[in-house]
Write a protein that binds this ligand. Sequence first.
Ligand code: SAM
Length: 307
Amino acid sequence: MNGGNEACETIYYLRMSVEHTENFEPPEGLGFETFSPLKQAFKRALINPLANYMPAGLTKAALRYGKSELAAANWTDPGGWRSMVISYNGRCEQIADKILVGAGTVPTALRNRKRLAAHLLADLIDADGSESTHVLCLGAGPGQIIIEAMAQANSKAHATLVDINTDSFDFGRQLAAERGLGECVRFIEADVCDLHEYLDDPPHIVKMLGICEYLGDEQIVTIARAAADLMPAGAPIVFNSISKSHGTDRFFRRVFGLHMIHRSPDELSGLMQQAGFGDFIAHREPLGVYHVIIGRKVRSGEMSEAH
Ligand SMILES: C[S@@+](CC[C@H](N)C(=O)[O-])C[C@H]1O[C@@H](n2cnc3c(N)ncnc32)[C@H](O)[C@@H]1O
């Protein structure tokens, strides 16, 4: 997965935490998936250690033999959009994937994150009050979350979906068309670091989901600052953190070649604060692996006070 070009590198950065991120429990009625306490204990005591410490070559061979689509997608593009689509879908043919995708903690938490984020984005669109709310999606893949959010919202919205990889665009256009939203999406092939070069229509909402865990601190600050420059004061940015509580980081690194950067909601909000955002609210998905966080662009006066 491409983490951006050299333009993303800034001269300085500071890893700091904000201490005032408000935390919200998951809302009810979104169809979240959870594990029973017994299943959680079983995973912690047996499944996770097995996944983490079984020789990687053996696990890879078993996944290859089992024709796992999730493993194949990650080997081609670790953490790329195809692995997201497989995880979001959740219904798999192969037994290996039924176990990995259907019962794995991270794929399950990803489906929860999608439900939560789509719900929050739909609320933000409805609260925006513009004639048509413009949502800018960075590292959007095919745009499953924003398409779901626009379908749920009562107000009109349109989205600009930016991705460095065009492979997902046709699939995204088809998804949007199936929901009657074909006219509301615009896909742009670009590096999110070059935001200012291709955006003429200022965004009311910026969505940065599924990307921060693959970016360094400096890159996050640079990209978020470029987004902040385009946004009106008070406009929301939506992003997510990932916690190591899923307990399978060693498995993902060794078997899938997936190197995710785990940050707490406070740490990630601290980076967003450096980019000109504040008033952070973190929404936990029920497994506690992901938080979907909403920050607001601060006014320039407020920003200098914050530092
Ligand atoms: C893990 S997928 C997430 C897709 C979607 N946002 C979601 O949460 O379902 C990350 C996406 O970010 C894109 N990406 C990574 N680095 C990028 C960059 N520097 N500029 C634009 N897109 C990038 C990848 O091509 C990939 O489609």
